[in-house]
Design a protein. Structure first.
Length: 101
């Protein structure tokens, strides 16, 4: 399973636009229901920083086929004060992190 975290900071006047674009990604994912894919987006307490955490089974990233994600990526550099940084996560341990019950 591949896990990644992406962190970035948007400009103050771009928070609402970024949130709208993120929600559109989740709306499309809800319709597509890609198997083996877990994804979450969080806004940090500064109100400007965002963290996306994704885990997927297999090599193919389902976001590559999501038109709303491609729209989200367009202009990301213009929306950000701190550009996206991608980190691969190596799980040491977790408890129900992927919705397992």
């Amino acid at each position: 399973m591949r896990r990644v975290m992406v962190r970035y900071k948007v400009k103050p006047d771009q928070v609402a636009a970024n949130e709208r674009l993120v929600r559109e990604v989740y709306e499309e994912l809800s319709r597509a229901q890609p198997a083996g894919f877990h994804y979450g987006t969080f806004k940090l307490e500064d109100g400007l920083s965002f963290v996306h955490i994704a885990s997927q089974k297999g090599e193919q990233n389902p976001l590559a086929d999501v038109a709303a994600f491609q729209r989200f990526q367009e202009g990301i550099g213009d929306r950000c004060d701190d550009p996206p940084v991608v980190s691969v996560l190596d799980e040491v341990g977790s408890f129900r992190f992927h919705g397992d019950e």
